[in-house]
Design a protein around this ligand. Structure first.
Ligand SMILES: *Cc1c(COP(=O)(O)O)cnc(C)c1O
Length: 240
């Protein structure tokens, strides 16, 4: 954590594992559900540094009918090898395409993704059965229009998208999830080419959404959506 700066505490990991004393391939009859809470710093390192994403055309995170729309361990396992390849190519994360037609944008790393057109209109992939229905994505869908940014959920073709990035029609790209809240994407690698998003200008919409959502999380503004719940906890909790 930054010294003295108030940190956010988020659910870093929550999960369920089978707790039956048995070695069989079938659903367990008893489970342990755990939640790990942790203070968290900026997810991708310092402040609002844009990350880069590499479009994977060979590996896929999830397929309709599989487990991709639930937060399961298998989701992460599926993403590790392609992420290593993206890093070896000089990118931070993978931009995932759908596994069936291999052309529609789904997510970025383990986050939802969105594209800003003309500094205002936000487009994000529509839930498809292989996209995780992220809580933060849902919050942005509600918050953004109230902040003056209309949002549409669509099928987004990667070829059209990189053309729109290249022409400057796309003014910002960002990913969305609990840990980072909003993280701007500055560069997209696709079919051997690198597309820089809007000449690396300050991502104003991403910043506004980040502030809008964290203002609600910290209680700096009133919460018209009923997302913030007061917790009755002791003023000081010492680590055991
Ligand atoms: C966790 C996760 C997200 C973000 O979901 P939130 O509920 O907003 O934290 C998006 N996509 C994938 C694949 C994830 O694992």
């Amino acid at each position: 954590m930054d010294s003295g700066a108030p940190g956010r505490v988020v659910v870093c990991a929550s999960g369920v594992f089978a707790a039956e004393q048995s070695l069989e391939v079938r659903a367990s009859k008893s489970y342990v559900h755990y939640i790990i809470l942790s203070p968290i710093n900026a997810y991708f390192g310092s402040s609002f540094r844009p990350v880069s994403v590499f479009v994977s055309e060979e590996h896929f995170r999830a397929v309709r009918g599989g487990t991709g729309e639930a937060k399961t361990i298998a989701n992460y396992a599926m993403s590790l090898y392609a992420t290593e390849l993206a890093r070896a190519n000089g990118y931070d994360q993978v931009l995932w395409l759908d596994a069936v037609e291999r052309r529609y944008v789904e997510e970025a790393g383990a986050m939802s993704v969105a594209f800003v057109y003309g500094g205002k209109h936000i487009r994000t992939p529509a839930l498809s059965g292989s996209i995780l229905p992220s809580v933060t994505r849902d919050s942005i869908l509600k918050l953004a229009p109230d902040l003056g940014f209309p949002v549409s959920e669509e099928r987004i073709d990667i070829g059209e998208l990189v053309r729109d990035v290249e022409s400057g029609a796309v003014s910002e790209v960002f990913c969305i999830g609990t840990a980072a809240v909003i993280a701007p994407i500055g560069r997209i690698g696709f079919q051997g080419r690198s597309y820089e998003v809007n000449g690396a200008r300050t991502p104003l919409v991403a910043r506004r959404l980040y502030e809008g959502l964290t203002d609600i999380q910290y209680g700096r503004v009133s919460d018209p959506y009923g997302w913030a719940l007061p917790l009755d906890v002791p003023a000081r909790v010492s680590a055991a």
